[in-house]
Design a protein around this ligand. Structure first.
Ligand code: ADP
Ligand code: MG
Length: 295
């Protein structure tokens, strides 16, 4: 069964799409069969991988509003082991078109179940809101990653954000957990960034024994440094590994994927096959050439 991650933060411009695309590409390069789903009507994820929702016959909009469209029809190949279900701007209308339908929060989850065993991991890019589209993502997700910038929220803000996310999680999918914060556009050298990271670590450590959906959450490593290549790649319709596999952005997302995989392999119940099984004791080397070669 696929492990499903939703990239969620109700703020825009925090690094959701950049992280969803490049983490998905890094997973695919590590050998995982990966599907990315664009649930944002801005269709930034779709554009980032060089696709145009207007030209794809079956998009996530069709999946949501048309009971006769099957998920199979919507899966588009992006690269080796990397598939996508794309968005078009029409997707914004799904919310009102489905307003009367009682099972509207679970449509994507139900349809995706038909192909779930074809993938090891699914990465969903959410819109910057907590409306019906996001609820469809959360209903099928196992875990939530929250991308944010360290200087962008003080600790209180993080708590509020997690509470909101937690409430939504609980209402649609009680098993859902917030498992990771991805620090994006990170500027390590600043005191503020360092303080916020320390505060976050303390906050999560203190949450370990409480019954909150983020009690297993941690700050994923490494933080993603600010790197202009990450901002350039989308306009070429390329993942960072296709665009410049040697840049810091590629190195950071490759290392982030390894951090997530290491946690999955160590951690409780979830089981994803390790692409590094051959050398179990060796730390994974983040050779950007290696990751671009596979993808
Ligand atoms: P969201 O999906 O949350 O709205 P994006 O992933 O689109 O956020 O990121 C917002 C903007 O910041 C985009 O222009 C993106 O290219 C840029 N960006 C994201 N991460 C980085 C980074 N690490 N370094 C430089 N620019 C980045
Ligand atoms: Mg986005």
């Amino acid at each position: 069964m696929a492990r499903v991650i939703a990239m969620l933060n109700q703020k825009g411009g925090v690094g959701k799409t950049t992280s969803a695309v490049n983490l998905a590409a890094a997973f695919a390069a590590r050998g995982l069969r990966t599907c990315m789903i664009d649930l944002d009507p801005q269709a930034h994820m779709t554009l980032h991988v060089g696709l145009d929702g207007e030209e794809v016959d079956c998009t996530v909009y069709d999946i949501l509003v048309d009971p006769d469209r099957s998920i199979d029809e919507a899966i588009v190949s992006v690269d080796e082991r990397l598939d996508a279900i794309v968005a078009e701007t029409d997707l914004a209308a799904a919310e009102s078109e489905l307003a009367e339908q009682s099972d509207r929060q679970d449509i994507l989850a139900r349809k995706f179940a038909a192909v779930a065993d074809r993938f090891d991991v699914v990465m969903i890019d959410c819109p910057p809101s907590l409306g019906l589209l996001t609820l469809n993502a959360l209903a099928m997700a196992d875990e939530v990653f929250v991308p944010m910038q360290a200087h962008f929220l003080a600790l209180q803000g993080v708590g509020k954000l997690l509470e909101t996310v937690g409430l939504v999680c609980r209402s649609v999918n009680p098993a859902l957990e917030v498992t990771g914060v991805v620090l994006c556009m990170h500027e390590k050298q600043t005191n503020l960034a360092r303080e916020v990271v320390d505060d976050l670590d303390t906050f999560f450590t203190e949450s370990r024994d409480s019954n909150v959906p983020w009690r297993h959450c941690r700050v994923l490593q490494p933080p993603i440094r600010r790197n202009i290549k990450l901002a350039e790649a989308p306009s070429f319709g390329q993942t960072i590994f296709q665009y410049d596999s040697a840049c810091r952005g590629a190195t950071d997302y490759a290392a982030l994927a390894d951090d997530v995989l290491a946690q999955w392999n160590d951690g409780p119940p979830k089981d994803v096959e390790s692409p590094t099984d051959a050398e179990p004791d060796k730390p994974v080397e983040h050779d950007p050439a290696e990751i671009s070669g596979g993808a």
